[in-house]
Design a protein around this ligand. Structure first.
Ligand code: NAP
Length: 459
């Protein structure tokens, strides 16, 4: 049995049965068995079923929000926002199912037609993290099902309850057994079964770069297609010509979302030296206005970190930085509330090679670096093996264009701290992964292209 605890107070939230190897294989069998019928449905039929799933979940939104608040620690307002975002994927792909168009190509043979079709890739599997227990699942499942694939999913062991609740609604909406399956259990064993089965034609993984690399190596044996949404180390650059108030608003929102446990969280904040002191002072005032608390409140609060491992990592990164001479301008230690709560922290005086700069912090820590000019900061921003997102604030048009071209990231966000919505291609480059989720690009990940030559017009 897997017991799920509330990170805010350690109380039990619920239990789910773990699947053993035989049960995981049975779920894979069901996923494969369901593929022929699901993929041969009309796109409009799949669309109708997805829409029913969307409506059923939407009617139960408050129960989902409370469950996520208790299971993950995020506050209610964030949980509601995540549900709207996640429902958006079901709605979007219910529509997109009907638009998986092919092509005709001018023929090279006067007696033939040349046609390109797109077909569902097959039964697929997904593995998801705990930081967005709802949206991470709908973003993968809705896309796969819309394309005609069937999907078995393994959610994170910290947040499986939201996944099973989504499954319950899926069944109510008419998504049959096999078309969408959820399994929990030993992650390594499940990973080996899913990647090793030649019938599973694709793995979509969101999580750490280390596990992503392991899964990619396991997928090599059966040449499986993959989507990898891995770690990030986002630079957030503020130039002296920026609207400082807007930059602080964007930074605080992006950094404190989910207590900093987000792959697109600003990790290295670069502020131009001419505005450095003023920026840091105003940032501290802004952060000080936000409460740290358990999330069952109506307003935005910084919640606990998700588990002891995550908490220990943040403590260790900040302690190492302090020992190396970083200046703690705010916070810098576990919160007086105890448990997994950590104080929102502002640090300066850091080196580019400090562990705080080279690892994903995944906590409410603002690590601020000073820079002199554009050329220098672009080079430093790109000095990472990650390439998920890069943010910059500037009012200069020419600079914006140069940044959009030169920053090495799958997503470049100028003068905003907000990245995600259903209609954009979300994803990274370098060791942040490959493949895109959301938008019309997302569904392409679940189809293969088939060229058909239809000759014989002369017969
Ligand atoms: P993680 O440790 O890689 O876990 C992610 C998922 O992989 C969980 O379901 C986990 O299962 C499973 N897993 C762990 N070891 C496995 C193995 N050997 N074989 C198969 N599955 C395995 O990542 P995390 O710490 O939960 O999540 C945070 C990471 O995700 C960060 O690096 C963050 O940047 C990244 N992330 C990326 C994106 C993006 O879109 N690029 C979005 C969100 C998060 P258990 O939970 O059962 O251990």
């Amino acid at each position: 049995m897997l017991v799920v605890y509330n990170p805010a107070d350690g109380s039990e939230v619920g239990r789910v049965a773990k699947s053993n190897a035989a049960q995981v294989k049975a779920a894979v069998d069901r996923t494969c068995a369901a593929f022929p019928e699901w993929s041969s449905k009309l796109a409009s039929e799949r669309s109708d079923i997805l829409r029913r799933w969307h409506d059923s979940v939407k009617d139960d939104k408050e129960a989902f929000a409370e469950l996520m608040c208790r299971e993950n620690g995020k506050c209610l307002s964030e949980a509601r926002g995540e549900i709207d975002y996640g429902l958006g994927f079901i709605e979007w792909y219910a529509e997109e199912a009907k638009r998986v168009y092919g092509d005709t190509i001018p023929t090279h043979d006067k007696n033939a037609n040349v046609v390109v079709t797109k077909e569902a890739i097959g039964p697929v599997a997904a593995i998801t993290p705990w930081n967005f227990p709802f949206m991470m699942i709908t973003r993968k499942v809705a896309t796969a099902l819309a394309a005609g694939c069937t999907m078995v999913i393994k959610p994170a062991e910290d947040t499986p309850l939201t996944a099973f609740k989504l499954l319950e609604h899926a069944r109510k909406a008419g998504i049959p057994e096999g078309v969408f399956e959820v399994i929990v259990g030993d992650p390594k064993e499940i990973g080996l079964i899913l990647t090793g089965d030649p019938r599973i034609r694709k793995i979509s993984f969101t999580g750490s770069t280390g596990v992503g690399k392991l899964l990619a190596s396991q997928c090599a044996a059966t040449v499986k297609k993959m989507t990898l949404e891995l770690g990030g180390n986002a630079p957030f650059i503020v130039f002296q010509d920026a609207n400082i108030e807007e930059a602080i608003k964007g930074l605080v929102g992006a950094k404190l979302r989910n207590s900093g446990q987000v792959c697109i969280s600003p990790n290295r904040i670069f502020v131009q030296n001419t505005i450095f002191e003023d920026f840091v002072k105003r940032l501290k005032e802004s952060v000080a206005r936000i409460d740290v608390d358990q999330g069952m409140r109506e307003d935005f609060v910084v919640g606990p970190l998700v588990n002891q491992t995550g908490f220990d990592k943040v403590v260790s990164l900040v302690e190492q930085a302090k020992a190396a001479g970083a200046k703690v301008l705010m916070g810098g230690k576990p919160h007086a509330k105890g448990g997994l709560f950590y104080e929102p922290t502002v640090l300066t005086g850091l080196q580019d090679d400090s562990p705080l700069a080279t690892s994903e912090i995944f906590g409410p820590v603002f690590a601020i670096y000073s820079f002199k000019d554009e050329e220098e900061v672009i080079a430093r921003a790109n000095q990472t093996e990650f390439g998920l997102v890069a943010y910059a604030y500037t009012s200069a048009l020419g600079r914006s264009l140069r940044l959009s071209r030169q920053l090495e990231a799958g997503m470049v966000i100028l003068n905003s701290g907000s990245v995600g919505t259903v209609s954009i291609p979300f994803g990274g480059i370098k060791q942040s992964g490959y493949g895109r989720e959301g938008s019309y690009y997302g569904i392409e990940e679940y189809v293969h292209v088939k060229y058909v030559l239809m000759a014989g017009a002369q017969f």
